[in-house]
Write a protein that binds this ligand. Structure first.
Ligand code: UDP
Length: 371
């Protein structure tokens, strides 16, 4: 055995584990089928802008241990996510807060806003059974119709009545004038980009790119005592119980010869007719400046289209409904009986983790594994 550990996938889970294992004196090999490290948090420089190739990643956490951990590898800027919703040309503040309620209903005080929500949520009796009921009981039907229904159905490709209510609980509802999307103690974007941050985590560790584990599985398995697998759990088992469902995302990227396209990093298109869910203007993650503090003359935008994942696409979001949950449970049983292989991360655990959740899960695992 050449290595103590083979890490399949150079994303956040793999990078945290590899870093910690090396620190404990273990020998580690990281492989990734892509031509770069950092998984879906990968950024690259285009026109002086750190371009989030696989979609916007905004780091946020309430977990001080995770924050202290990740800030070893990067300095974070003061970016605060405050997306704008565009519903047929009407602009609303997100997350749902007093600015949103004022624009929607003309209400001025928190008391008036609360009364409006109270009146509209009456249509939901008892415990909300799905995302639609959950949304209406949080913010009422008007906001549901204009700011939630279209966006959610585009993002998930499913009717809101068919989706689990927990998805919408990610969004805060506030009776204050606070546009900060995340209720997080710590938030920001790593200065210099995520790729640099992950490169710092992987410093001194052997990484082989453009290596597909499944092309030479037996060979790789023979190289290490233990495997940390961070790819899709169903792919590992060659989909033998059937494929888990994922949502995939496709981006249409454009470099524009204008300094300011939309005035914000994220604008969500919440109507049903616009085919994309949102437009990201990457330069605003870093306040439109290059690393020397100069204004950037051009801009890059990405229109984000959501689609059902099919074989060959990149999986982005697990579809955590009951049906997929039950199938995942079956795969998990298989995974547990797989000697010397550990499954981790958003794809390995089929879980809608945020970045901080992935780091926390990886650190927990390290505590058990490397103790
Ligand atoms: N959401 C919504 N309208 C919006 C933004 C979000 O209804 O303008 C809901 C939607 O159900 C979505 C969930 O909130 O699936 C989470 O969205 P978010 O953009 O936070 O997800 P991300 O893609 O960033 O993980």
């Amino acid at each position: 055995m050449q290595y103590d550990y083979l890490v399949v996938g150079a994303g956040l889970y793999g990078a945290v584990f590899a870093h910690e294992a090396k620190k404990q004196g273990k020998s580690v090999l990281v492989i990734d089928k892509r031509g770069h490290i950092a998984g879906n948090v990968y950024t690259e420089k285009v026109e002086g802008i750190n371009f989030h190739k696989y979609g916007a990643h905004i780091f946020h956490t309430n977990n001080t241990e995770v924050w202290n951990y990740i800030t070893q590898f990067a300095t974070f800027n003061r970016f605060t996510n405050s997306p704008v919703a565009n519903y047929k040309g009407e602009l609303y503040s997100l997350p749902f807060n007093m600015y949103t309620f004022n624009k929607m209903w003309g209400v001025v005080t928190p008391e008036e806003a609360a009364a409006k929500i109270e009146e509209q949520k009456k249509e939901i009796k008892g415990e909300p059974q799905n995302l639609e009921e959950q949304a209406i009981s949080l913010v009422g039907r008007d906001i549901y119709e204009k700011l939630i229904k279209g966006y959610t159905e585009k993002q998930w490709g499913r009717d809101c009545k068919e989706l689990p209510s927990f998805i919408i609980k990610r969004l805060p509802v506030r009776l204050t004038f606070d546009n900060n999307y995340f209720n997080a103690l710590y938030q920001g974007i790593p200065v210099g980009g995520y790729t640099k941050m992950v490169a710092n985590m992987l410093e001194g560790i052997e990484v082989r790119l453009n290596e597909d584990y499944f092309d030479k599985k037996a060979e790789y398995d023979a190289m290490a005592k233990k495997i940390i697998y961070t790819g899709p759990i169903d792919a590992y088992f060659d989909y033998k119980l059937g494929a888990l469902e994922y949502r995939s995302v496709r981006f249409e990227n454009e470099v524009l010869d204008t300094p300011n396209f939309q005035g914000n990093a994220a604008v969500n298109y919440t109507d049903r007719e616009t085919p994309y869910t949102r437009i990201i203007e990457h330069k605003w993650f870093e306040f439109g400046k290059d690393e020397n503090g100069n204004d950037l003359p051009k801009t890059i935008i990405s229109k984000e289209y959501s689609s059902e994942w099919k074989l060959g696409d990149e999986p982005y979001y697990p579809v955590n409904d009951d049906k997929n949950g039950a199938l995942y449970a079956e795969y998990k049983k298989l995974a547990e009986s797989e000697a010397n292989v550990v499954f981790g991360g958003r794809l390995g655990e089929y879980k809608y983790y945020d970045m901080d959740g992935v780091i926390a899960a990886a650190l927990d695992f390290c505590k058990k594994e490397l103790a």
